[in-house]
Design a protein around this ligand. Structure first.
Ligand SMILES: C[S@@+](CC[C@H](N)C(=O)[O-])C[C@H]1O[C@@H](n2cnc3c(N)ncnc32)[C@H](O)[C@@H]1O
Length: 367
């Protein structure tokens, strides 16, 4: 996803955009920070780096964290939470170093004001992140708050929904353009369809939610209001033809509610139909889907029997379509009996997945 995120950040006029492990670094003023939070469909969080240090012990981390003027960034009334991520860190307990950073923040407040902020692990106002490498560490303030894939439109989970930012990335990787037909024949709670419609209509993914930076003292509320007003981008009105289907009526109920919450239901036609009975809604277009996978849904044997049938349907009914299947099941290309023209490795949380592209040409079923 990093190349897509880089592209997004460049289009938002971020500076020094550069892929780093697990993310993309950039610089810029508050305007860029606000815009990235409001408009990025790919990022999970936008973190503001406020300190860097060398360390070899928990105490070094404490001293570095205490050196930061926390009361300058947020008021003592705000609740806090500290998160630590480490790679090759020599420290024995991440829990202990997390406590030490929390102590450093609180001690700094107590020295300055005689009071300290409360900790709220579930719904903190301010999140402090620390990243520890072997010898170096960095401290960040989270400008997003809740992760950015929480867009505020999800009324229903459905079964095993994709994260919104992963779904948006998958749609981007298909190269689908508004004006082309788009079909998700195993749509579940319609995450891919909502993200595609929001993208096509230029809806800001963060339009319906709040952000961590609103709780920081340094935030410029007038500038934020100005950026927030521009929730939709001026984009040419192209006809939108989105279709979704699923066998499960509960999934379709969830899909309907989510599409309505996101305000995009008028562009999406939903039907209850088995993908194996599915006809193409247009002569050509883009199909994207995320079949059940894993212990909770569909056993390995069931899926092994399902893929060849799915392959037959694609060949028989979807000539002229580009089909994209997102799955963690690496047996799929062999069992579906179609040659993928592209395979993009992606992570779904800790699960290694692929987005397989199949270009279906008429007559390919003859082989
Ligand atoms: C992993 S979920 C899709 C989740 C969806 N991408 C989302 O983000 O909400 C797979 C979906 O496939 C549906 N499904 C399973 N077998 C199907 C079939 N033969 N035809 C159509 N849908 C099917 C399930 O009901 C389920 O909703």
């Amino acid at each position: 996803m990093e190349p897509l995120l880089e592209k997004e950040l460049v289009s938002l006029e971020a500076r020094n955009v550069q892929s780093v492990a697990g993310g993309v670094a950039f610089s810029g003023g508050w305007e860029i920070c606000y815009r990235a939070n409001l408009w990025s469909r790919i990022a999970s969080r936008i973190l503001w780096r406020i300190g860097e240090f060398d360390y070899s012990s928990e105490n070094d981390v404490y001293v570095a964290a205490k050196a930061i003027d926390w009361p300058q960034y947020f008021s003592v009334e705000r609740s806090i939470r500290v998160n630590v991520t480490a790679q090759k860190s020599p420290l024995k307990s991440l829990e202990f170093v997390t406590l030490r950073i929390k102590d450093a923040v609180c001690d700094r407040f107590r020295d300055a004001l005689g009071r300290r902020p409360d900790v709220d692990r579930a719904a903190p106002d301010v999140r402090v992140h620390a990243f520890l490498e072997e010898k170096k560490g960095a401290l960040y303030l989270d400008t997003s708050g809740e992760p950015l894939f929480k867009r505020g439109w999800r009324a229903e989970q459905g079964e095993a929904p994709l994260r919104e930012n992963l779904a948006a990335g998958i749609v981007m990787l298909t190269g689908w353009q508004p004006g082309e037909a788009l079909l998700d024949p195993m749509c579940g709670a319609a995450t891919l369809l909502v993200e595609a419609a929001a993208m096509a209509r230029g809806r800001a993914p963060g339009a319906k939610r709040g952000f961590g930076f609103e709780k920081l003292k340094v935030a410029d509320s007038r500038l934020w209001e100005k950026i927030r007003e521009d929730k939709t981008r001026n984009i040419p009105e192209k006809p939108l033809e989105l279709s979704g289907s699923d066998t499960d009526p509960e999934a379709l109920k969830a899909a309907r509610r989510n599409l309505a919450e996101a305000g995009v239901e008028r562009w999406v036609k939903l039907e209850q139909i088995d993908v194996l009975q599915r006809a193409a809604p247009a002569a050509e277009g883009v199909m994207v889907m995320n079949p059940p996978y894993g212990e909770r849904m569909g056993s390995a044997d069931e899926l092994a029997a399902f893929y060849p049938k799915l392959g037959n349907v694609l060949k028989r009914n979807f000539a002229g379509w580009r089909c994209y299947i997102f799955t963690a099941d690496l047996r799929l290309p062999k069992l579906i009996r179609l040659q993928p023209s592209r395979r993009t490795p992606l992570w779904n949380g800790a699960l290694e997945c692929r987005l397989y592209e199949f270009k279906i040409v008429s007559g390919s079923n003859r082989s």
